[in-house]
Design a protein around this ligand. Structure first.
Ligand code: NAD
Length: 425
């Protein structure tokens, strides 16, 4: 096997809010942003912390903590997912909300940035408890959410069913059905065609544009995907449809590698049957650390944050790193990859297909008029191709890395909107 073994370093995970502020600071410096504007955009506009009781299966009442943060709503209502995880914190939710502001701005959709989360371990909870927790959390954050105000969506450990419960709870309180209060809903209650594949499809549109720019032929190119969930598995399938060879994929239990190529459809079926990608016939097992360092043309991190840091950035062999995941690369690793000539498609651009089709879902709900999947995919492509080229132009003009360029595009748009509206009162 071709992977270079890296020394496993217990690298201290960066606090997401400090990473978000550092990334914003780099773009603000390059833009020579006015200090007043800088101070406004460096803070979250609203941070709501809620504590609420849920009666558990054994009759015991447990008090949960949750958050809903709106970083900025200058360009439109807040938009961002809701995460259920034991490690949710206010700092993490603030960072994710800020990233949503930039993501919506970089693809030019009329939303601000928001995010929510509940500190809980859904793996230990029944469906009934999850429904009760979701309905009570929705009630607590109703101070902020609404179709014109702030529109949640799924994130880690929440899904279309969670969104259905939120939509129903909000609708019950208001006395009418408010489809547009959340996105990522099931199709039967105002969800959108194409939403499941949207993040991967959007990422692949940006990979196609990057390959054109770099002169890489996607036919026969070697692709590695970390994480085989929604974003990762659809990315693998779409890349294979383009004629690329998927040589490695992974999930929490480890990675698999085959230089001859792996059929993503068959891996899907295998994972459904066995619960993991590891052990897939005809492949070699390797660790997630080794997977990232495989010899390949395109690396798609599609799992979790903090995967590429100072310790392994020098060992990445891919020509393109396409961040389907949010926050997989640290600012230190960004600098190393840039110096080594690796072309990085930053998360706020690469995975913005998800929020773009969420926006299409919201538009369809508000109009009560639903589009065909082909229309959605064509509109998504238009948004992603234009956004990629806006960022590439900024990158060329300022000779910066692609993340800084994406931030510069986004921050400049939010700053212009803020200036145009003026400071109230
Ligand atoms: P998911 O839960 O469907 O899939 C995550 C996958 O990653 C799973 O296969 C899991 O086994 C694997 N994984 C978890 N930890 C891992 C690790 N340490 N090493 C290797 N694999 C690991 O989640 P998803 O919706 O596909 O989201 C993945 C990433 O994409 C997240 O960062 C998310 O924020 C981002 N993202 C997703 C969407 C979307 O629409 N789904 C939109 C934007 C961004």
């Amino acid at each position: 096997m071709v992977a270079t073994k890296s020394v496993v370093i217990d690298h201290t995970q960066r606090d997401p809010w400090s990473v978000a502020l550092e990334q914003f600071g780099i773009a603000a410096d390059k833009l020579h942003l006015d200090p007043n504007m800088r101070a406004i955009l460096a803070e979250c506009q609203r941070e709501l912390t809620v504590h609420f009781p849920v009666r558990m299966a054994d009759g015991v009442v447990k008090v949960f903590t949750g958050y809903r943060v709106q970083h900025n709503t200058t360009r439109g209502p807040g938009k961002g997912g809701i995460r259920y995880h034991p490690s949710v914190s206010l700092g993490e939710v603030k960072a994710l909300a800020m990233w949503m502001t930039w993501k919506c701005a970089v693809v030019g959709i009329p939303y601000g940035g928001a995010k929510g989360g509940v500190v809980c371990d859904p793996k230990t909870m029944s469906q009934q408890q999850l429904e009760t927790l979701t309905r009570r959390y929705t009630t607590e954050i109703e101070l902020l959410i609404g179709p014109d105000r702030d529109i949640p969506a799924p994130d880690v450990n929440t899904n279309a069913q969670t969104m259905a419960w939120i939509m129903d709870t909000y609708s019950m309180h208001h006395g009418y059905t408010a489809l547009a209060v959340v996105t990522g809903k099931p199709l039967s209650i105002g969800g959108s065609e194409g939403r499941n594949e949207a993040t991967a499809r959007g990422a692949v549109y940006t990979i196609i544009e990057a390959s054109k720019h770099l002169g890489i032929d996607l036919e026969g190119s070697r692709v590695v995907v970390q994480g085989y969930g929604n974003a990762g598995s659809f990315s693998a399938k779409l890349m294979a449809e383009l004629g690329a060879r998927v040589v490695g994929v992974s999930d929490t239990s480890g990675g698999i590698y085959s230089p001859k190529g792996i059929d993503p459809m068959r891996v899907d079926a295998y994972k459904r049957e066995t619960g993991s990608v590891t052990g897939f016939p005809g492949t070699e097992k390797l660790s997630n650390a080794e997977l990232l360092e495989l010899d390949c043309d395109i690396l798609i991190p599609a799992a979790i944050e903090n995967q590429i840091g100072e310790h392994n950035a020098p060992l990445i062999k891919a020509k393109i790193v396409a961040e389907a995941a949010n926050g997989p690369t640290s600012p230190e690793a960004d600098r190393i990859l840039f110096d080594r000539g690796v072309f990085l498609i930053p998360d706020i651009l690469c995975n913005a297909g998800g929020v773009t089709v969420s926006y299409f879902e919201w538009v369809q709900d508000l109009q009560n008029l639903f589009w065909r999947e082909a229309t959605i995919n064509a509109r998504l492509k238009e948004v992603m191709v234009k956004s990629f080229n806006d960022v590439l132009d900024m990158q060329k003009k300022n000779k910066v890395d692609m993340r800084t360029a994406a931030y510069m595009v986004a921050v400049a748009r939010v700053a212009e909107a803020t200036l145009t509206r003026g400071i109230y009162p």
